[in-house]
Design a protein around this ligand. Structure first.
Ligand code: 5AD
Ligand code: SF4
Length: 483
């Protein structure tokens, strides 16, 4: 669906959604890859462009501008983008006027080299430079190389109200931090997204209130490392010690921000991602336990169960510290679900290290997991210092052992819901049946159930009677008290 239409249906009347869209004459086709942050950034890009003559379109053949928001996290993600560029090249052959821009992490990583390597690319824009898009588009029109990959000390886009593209009107992202200071040795993110900065809490609350007014029911606070959120008036987190005493004393950390959000909109469900074990405080867990509208779900990447590997990865926690945090989470929030990110085949990983990963998984029994083979990223500390010395065959076998174990645990966690009634926020039609709704419970597990007369965006209680490892199946017993 194109958002060229400046009107939206508001109950029973048509209202102007965005005045600026009325006068927009050009269209942009925007494709996003990678993490939720990239999808959220694309909404900022759409907002900036809508103030500069562009509405979004879902048809690349009718677009004046094609933008691809890219991911560099693994080699495969970059290869996917290269393939898409071939497709955009074919579009360019049918319409020589269309311009192609590369945004995001690949733009930041490859910089000017992109223009040389991929002749079809007209514009290269890093994640902190989207406000410069209107100027860069002018440069493109004038036939100049348009590249801006400057990483910022304070850009958070806090003053921009994102255009919710492809939204279901129910779930939305709110970015709260940008960048990462952790320097895990395998990870390219600190190089592509720069140092950590936090966004003004007032602008976060304003966005939350706005979303509530527009009818959204669930928001996810986003950042590479949300638990490290710290507002003391702006600037890089690493400069906190240089802030004045007053700024330090009145600073707002993640547990305070989470509480502010929960209190501001008690009817909105709140999620957050991603948490880094070393930064997750007991205060955060206590705030989660205190407020019903904060979902009992934590995405808590660990990457490996072996202390030797964790050390080589420069993770700032040991296996024991991680397991202690998990114990505290289950003690304070017994029905909390936890998910992980895991990497198989990091340099020098032994069979014993791999078995340590499996045994850590056995202890936690995660509800979900995102599991990857190690992919060497140019320029990272691991690429510089360690040889990618685990054979592909071994990486694959270890990964499939991790995936198989996770499937077993996901089924174990799903089965725990059988016979119970859970609150579900209806998000969309089930993929497998147009007679069923699909939504998620607080713990982030997908739930499907017969539609009856319920509607998207409603909170309903669903009694669970069957499950697979990924989905709970049940029957609605009525609206939940949250509705
Ligand atoms: N190779 C494989 N997986 C990686 N991740 C990050 N960098 C790499 C890499 N070089 C994974 C981590 C991280 C997730 C977002 O992507 O598990 O938590
Ligand atoms: Fe990358 Fe580690 Fe930062 Fe996550 S915490 S973005 S894995 S450096």
């Amino acid at each position: 669906m194109s958002d060229k239409n400046p009107y939206k249906f508001n109950g029973d009347t048509l209202v102007i959604d965005d005045e600026s869209k009325l006068s927009n004459t050009k269209s942009v086709y925007l494709e996003s890859y990678g993490c939720a942050m990239n999808f959220s950034d694309s909404e900022i890009v759409a907002s900036i462009l809508s103030k500069n003559g562009y509405n979004t379109t879902e048809n690349m053949y009718e677009a004046d501008l094609i933008l691809v928001n890219t991911c560099s996290i693994r080699e495969k993600a970059e290869l996917t983008v290269r393939k898409r560029l071939e497709k955009f090249n074919r579009v360019k052959r049918t319409n020589s006027k269309v311009k192609v821009g590369v945004l995001g992490c690949m733009a930041e990583r490859l910089k000017h080299k992109f223009l040389e390597e991929e002749k079809i690319v007209d514009m290269v824009v890093g994640p902190d430079a989207y406000k410069d898009l209107p100027n860069l588009l002018d440069d493109v029109q004038d036939g100049k190389a348009a590249v801006n990959v400057i990483l910022s000390k304070d850009e958070t886009y806090g003053d921009i109200s994102p255009t919710r593209i492809n939204s279901n009107g129910v779930n939305a992202f709110i970015s709260i931090t940008r960048g990462c200071d952790n320097m895990c040795t395998f990870c390219v993110v600190p190089f592509t997204r720069g140092r950590e900065r936090s966004r003004d809490p007032q602008s976060i609350i304003n966005e939350l209130n706005d979303l509530h007014e527009q009818g959204f029911k669930e928001i996810t606070l986003l950042g590479q490392n949300v638990d490290s959120y710290l507002w003391f008036g702006g600037g890089l987190k690493k400069d906190f010690s240089k802030a004045s005493e007053i700024q330090q004393a009145s600073s707002i950390n993640f547990s305070k921000l989470l509480e502010m959000c929960a209190l501001s909109q008690p009817k909105i469900r709140i999620r957050f991602s991603t948490s880094n074990p070393q930064d997750m405080s007991l205060d955060v867990i206590r705030v989660m336990a205190k407020y019903e509208n904060i979902c009992n779900y934590i995405h808590l990447p660990v990457q490996s169960g072996s202390d030797d590997v964790l050390k080589a990865m420069n993770r700032q926690h040991t296996r024991k510290e991680y397991l202690n945090l998990v114990k505290n989470i289950y003690e304070i929030i017994p029905d909390c679900s936890i998910s992980h990110d895991m990497i198989a085949g990091f340099p020098n990983e032994t069979e014993q290290d791999h078995n340590d990963t499996l045994s850590l998984m056995e202890q936690v029994k995660y509800s979900f997991g995102y599991m990857f083979k190690y992919s060497e990223r140019p320029g990272t500390p691991a690429a510089k210092k360690l040889s990618d010395n685990i054979e592909e065959k071994i990486k694959s076998r270890r990964l499939s052992e991790i995936v198989d174990l996770q499937l077993k645990h996901s089924l174990f966690r799903s089965k725990e819901f059988i016979g119970k009634t859970v609150e579900v926020l209806i998000e969309k039609e089930s993929k497998k049946s147009d007679l069923h709704w699909a939504g998620r419970n607080q713990q982030n597990t997908t739930v499907v159930f017969p539609k009856e007369n319920y509607k998207v965006g409603e909170f309903v209680n669903v009694k669970i009677n069957a499950c697979t490892s990924a989905t709970l199946v049940g029957i609605a017993t009525g609206f939940s008290k949250n509705n």
